[in-house]
Design a protein around this ligand. Structure first.
Ligand code: SF4
Length: 221
């Protein structure tokens, strides 16, 4: 029989867009469980969120790998589950992880740059993550991990916020080794990246094998 791994329940339902904007705060000495509950109750950006606040994350104090991605899309907003779409399949393939391991919060945590779906841009595509989110929640949550080994920075927003890098995304990814150990910069695993990767064969030939090695190492006992 296969190993049964813990999986967090989906995020609570969305709050209405006209909810009062409120940061629930976090008292000093709070546990990760408490921080996750507080993050789920955040409505700070309510006036800017067309579908209402529904913070989506996957957090556990014992996790080994933290994924800092952009912001949930509409599918994740509706289901409450991050990366349960084609981008998630692609990301799991890059990492060499099946769904069981990916959704095991003791192995993989997910704390995006913006935890709520930010809406659509007038010209198409999703809005950038809300700028309030990462500066508020990342400093509260990050110290509560007990033994984080690897942080994956998925997309330009996460790379800029964490590494402070202004290099073009492709160049930053090509120079991934400069961020090891500890951080691994990646493009967003959208269909656009498939097109981009065809023009930059070093991504599949060099970056993905190195990424799988780092992930396997971070999950070793
Ligand atoms: S995006 Fe972040 S800061 Fe804004 S309401 Fe959602 S959880 Fe709160």
């Amino acid at each position: 029989m296969g190993l049964i791994r813990p999986r967090l329940p989906p995020a609570p339902p969305a709050a209405p867009p006209d909810s009062p904007a409120r940061d629930p705060g976090l008292p000093p000495g709070a546990t990760m469980e408490r921080a996750a509950a507080a993050a789920s109750a955040c409505t700070l950006c309510a006036p800017h969120l067309p579908l209402g606040p529904r913070p989506i994350h996957q957090l556990h104090r014992d996790t080994r790998i933290l994924i800092t991605s952009q912001a949930p899309g509409t599918k994740a907003h509706l289901s409450g589950i991050p990366f349960e779409d084609a981008s998630g399949e692609r990301l799991r393939d890059w990492l060499g992880l099946d769904k069981d391991r990916f959704y095991d919060p003791t192995q993989v945590a997910i704390l995006p740059m913006g935890m709520c779906y930010p809406g659509r841009l007038p010209g198409g595509g999703d809005c950038p993550p809300r700028p309030e989110c990462a500066p508020l929640w990342h400093p509260r949550v990050l110290p509560l991990f007990s033994g984080l080994r690897l942080r994956l920075l998925v997309g330009a927003h996460a790379i800029r916020f964490v590494l402070g890098s202004r290099l073009p995304l492709g160049e930053r990814v090509a120079r991934f080794a400069e961020s090891l150990p500890g951080h691994f910069p990646l493009p967003h695993p959208s269909w656009r990246t498939l097109v981009w990767a065809k023009k930059h064969p070093w991504f599949d030939a060099e970056v993905i094998p190195a990424l799988r090695r780092e992930v396997a190492r971070a999950l070793e006992d």
